[in-house]
Design a protein around this ligand. Structure first.
Ligand SMILES: *Cc1c(COP(=O)(O)O)cnc(C)c1O
Length: 496
């Protein structure tokens, strides 16, 4: 069938592939991406030509239009690479930024075991098949005080597995104040429905009493579930039932209690003056039969879901078919084992596990880092000025506690609050120091965007019209990159 007249002038893919501009794109990008982008543009041109009856454009005009648009279309069609980012938000466990940075020991363990074969499921002494959990089980038992532990892909998987294995087609009683959504689409009512357990809501959004649970108990009850509200607080006229009271009620009726702690810790933050997050051991001592936590929140390890509790509740989980579907992979096992090993000594844990270090670090350290960053930017600016043959301003203060800035960039140390994040202790703000960034000629929104799109990308936050870079979540090793990114952002390129 002949093409309608209006389409005759649209160039063919074959003719475009012969052009130098397209060839040079093909040398730098996957063929499928370039072809996909080209077809998309051609489709759009075809509909435009049909609409406008060809628009009277000659073939060469369509072709040069496509050549001009192609690099952008190719860039948009390409996968966005996963890359290292500087977290200057002050949120230590930031889900969108990948949660816990791993301890060096864990990184080495991952690299070591992943680059070759390992004894993942092989007993080197007996020469027989083994289980992958043996590499973390003993440490978890001793760190949590639990009778039995299990580990799966993440905490959502842990909750799902517990509900499916312990309460399928039976009832699970939950307070209406704890029917939470944790973000990334983890919602208690939905995970419950997917597991096959039947949700029984009790109490109200702000107040639930023990009697509410008691009234809902019946022959179909399989579990009493308590969920850590994680990312919000209900304040004012409120009442909730402590896990300990639920445990007593459950024990009286022979019904197990499960607690989704979310961000349960191994390190005792309460003892270090940061209240709000119990350790897994403390949570278990309140009496629930089983608790679940994430591996990459306050524990500071890789993504994982840890289930700890009484033998008769946890052991059946290991044999459940879902356990195989939700199992933890070898790199996570390697990282988790290395992280847990650090907890054998609390002081070493605090020094070696980045999440702990960042939360426990004093304000003074963040302040010192802020000063270091400002000094670095000023030194680098002076170097640029010398290189470009303009004499550096002798009045330019290099230490920069005061607003100043060659090139219009002003940097100032400013006190603020950081947050542990990860759904942990949402009300706990940790005093910190930020570098407040502004520019004589560039709006803060533009500065924020340039830093975010820069290299390395830097994520800060805008508060009350200022761009704040929280120095608690910036590591010393990142200061050089951050200084370069700031100068590039001030120069307007976004890229150093
Ligand atoms: C974070 C959290 C989850 C989800 O854990 P993942 O490890 O992200 O799957 C579930 N429940 C609570 C209470 C949480 O805080």
């Amino acid at each position: 069938m002949a093409a309608p007249d209006s389409l005759r002038q649209i160039p063919s893919v074959a003719s475009l592939l012969a052009r130098d501009e397209v060839r040079s794109l093909l040398a730098r990008h996957p063929r499928a991406v370039v072809l996909g982008a080209m077809r998309k543009l051609l489709d759009a041109y075809r509909s435009e030509a049909l609409r406008t009856k060809g628009g009277g454009r000659p073939r060469e005009e369509w072709a040069s239009r496509l050549i001009a648009a192609l690099p952008g279309a190719v860039a948009a069609g390409e996968e966005i690479p996963l890359r290292r980012v500087i977290n200057a938000t002050g949120v230590v466990v930031h889900t969108n930024l990948g949660r816990a940075p791993l301890p060096e020991e864990a990184i080495r363990a991952v690299s070591d075991t992943a680059s070759g074969y390992s004894n993942l499921e092989f007993d080197l002494f007996e020469g027989t098949r083994s289980r992958r959990l043996v590499h973390v089980e003993e440490m978890l038992l001793s760190l949590t005080g639990a009778e039995s532990v299990h580990v799966v892909n993440n905490n959502a998987a842990a909750v799902f597995l517990c509900l499916a294995a312990l309460a399928r087609e039976r009832e699970v009683i939950v307070s209406r104040g704890e029917l939470v959504e944790i973000g990334g689409s983890f919602r208690i009512p939905e995970i419950m429905a997917a597991s096959g357990a039947i949700l029984v809501e009790v109490g109200t959004t702000n107040r639930t009493r023990l009697a509410d649970y008691e009234r809902a108990l019946g022959p179909a009850t399989a579990l009493l579930l308590k969920v850590h509200p994680s990312n919000f607080r209900i304040t004012g006229f409120t009442e909730e039932v402590p896990a300990a009271d639920l445990a007593v009620l459950g024990a009286r009726h022979g019904i197990p209690v499960m607690e989704d702690l979310g961000s349960g810790a191994v390190f005792d933050f309460g003892a270090a003056g940061i209240p709000g997050t119990p350790t897994i051991r403390q949570a278990l001592s309140e009496g629930p039969g089983v608790v679940t936590v994430s591996g990459d929140k306050l524990l500071g390890g890789p993504q994982a879901g840890i289930i700890a509790g009484r033998k008769e509740l946890v052991e059946p989980l290991k044999k459940h078919p879902l356990s195989r579907a939700l199992r933890i992979d070898k790199m996570c096992i390697a990282a988790l084992a290395a992280t847990l090993r650090l907890y054998a000594d609390e002081r070493r844990a605090a020094a070696r596990i980045p999440v702990l270090g960042m939360i426990l670090e004093g304000e003074g350290m963040a302040r010192a880092r802020a000063r270091k960053l400002i000094a670095r930017v000023r030194r680098q600016e002076a170097r640029i000025v010398r290189r470009d043959g303009v004499s550096p301003d002798p009045a330019q203060p290099l230490r920069g506690e005061t607003p100043s800035g060659s090139g219009g960039l002003a940097l100032r140390v400013e006190p603020s609050f950081s947050f542990p994040g990860g759904g942990a202790m949402p009300e706990v703000g940790i005093p910190t120091a930020c570098v407040a960034v502004s520019h004589e000629r560039v709006r803060v929104e533009e500065l924020e965007a340039r830093l975010r799109k820069g290299d390395p990308p830097v994520v800060g936050r805008i508060a009350k019209g200022r761009l704040l870079l929280d120095m608690r979540t910036v590591r010393d090793g990142e200061l050089a990159g951050l200084a370069a990114a700031l100068i590039a952002a001030a120069q307007g390129t976004g890229e150093p």
